[in-house]
Design a protein around this ligand. Structure first.
Ligand code: AP5
Length: 220
């Protein structure tokens, strides 16, 4: 199965993509994770994108396209994947189409997670991440939100640089200005599936599986 996950910052793309990838044996390809890793490693790409990512600006289409193309070109022909955070503009949707066509691949669906803005702001304001392994937590579920430690690796939890209120505002502004073009691209191909994503993680996962025709207890 090959999927694209669309949705505003904080809609749960990463959370749901990870769960679905684990349930269906797909690769989780997340451009935001790739850029954060590049920034941490201070690679050439990381140096180019650090200021943009930390301030909630979009990375230029040409650079994102190159990073995704390199990654997908390295996958075997029978690979299934969930693309999380790409494409984010109509130009990127066309770039992806070109990569898919060249590999003889097609998408099964483009899933758009729908969440009201007040839910987004609450989720991003409460997000804490492990600076070491990237695990994500919600502050209101931590015993001591200001001094949280990662359950996986014991490292301190921090607030993502682009979850500062001004960066969140910018990310949302950019999302609303580009989302429609991408959704229309997939709606025209009959691939768009809208999923209400303001419920619990489990409720959203169930709705997502149903939208993909994988309802019931067994996602396989
Ligand atoms: P990226 O990392 O993709 O950021 P984003 O799209 O802003 O998405 P988020 O990670 O904030 O949210 P999400 O929808 O994945 O939600 P999550 O599951 O994490 O990109 C970062 C940056 O990289 C961009 O701003 C840009 O600079 C650059 N970039 C990346 N791709 C690009 C591209 N294609 N083009 C140009 N630039 C690009 O959940 C959020 C929080 O909510 C978490 O704390 C989670 O625990 C919680 N949560 C999730 N689901 C629920 C639920 N159902 N109930 C309660 N809490 C929930």
């Amino acid at each position: 199965m090959r999927l694209v996950f669309l949705g505003p910052p904080g809609s749960g793309k990463g959370t749901q993509a990870q769960l679905l990838a684990a349930a269906l044996g797909l690769r989780h390809v997340a451009t935001g994770d790739m850029f954060r890793q590049a920034i941490q490693e201070k690679s050439a790409v990381g140096k180019k994108v650090a200021r943009l990512v930390n301030n909630g600006e979009l990375v230029p289409d040409a650079l994102v396209g190159e990073v995704v193309r390199d990654h997908l070109d390295g996958l075997p022909n029978d690979a299934g994947f969930v693309l999380d955070g790409f494409p984010r503009t109509a130009t990127q949707a066309e770039m992806l189409q070109e990569i898919l066509d060249r590999r003889g691949w097609s998408l099964d669906a483009a899933v758009a997670l729908k969440v009201p803005e007040e839910v987004i702001v609450a989720r991003l304001g409460g997000r804490r991440v492990c600076g070491h392994c990237g695990a994500t937590y919600q502050a209101d579920q931590l015993p001591d939100p200001d001094n949280g430690k990662c359950e996986r690796c014991g490292e301190p939890l921090v607030t993502r640089e682009d979850d500062r209120p001004e960066a969140v505002r910018r990310r949302l502004e950019l999302y609303w200005s580009t989302a429609r073009g991408v959704e229309e691209f997939y709606a025209a191909q009959g691939l768009l599936r809208e999923v209400a994503a303001e419920g619990t993680v489990e409720e959203v996962q169930k709705a997502l599986l149903a939208a993909l025709g994988r309802g019931g207890n067994d996602p396989h």
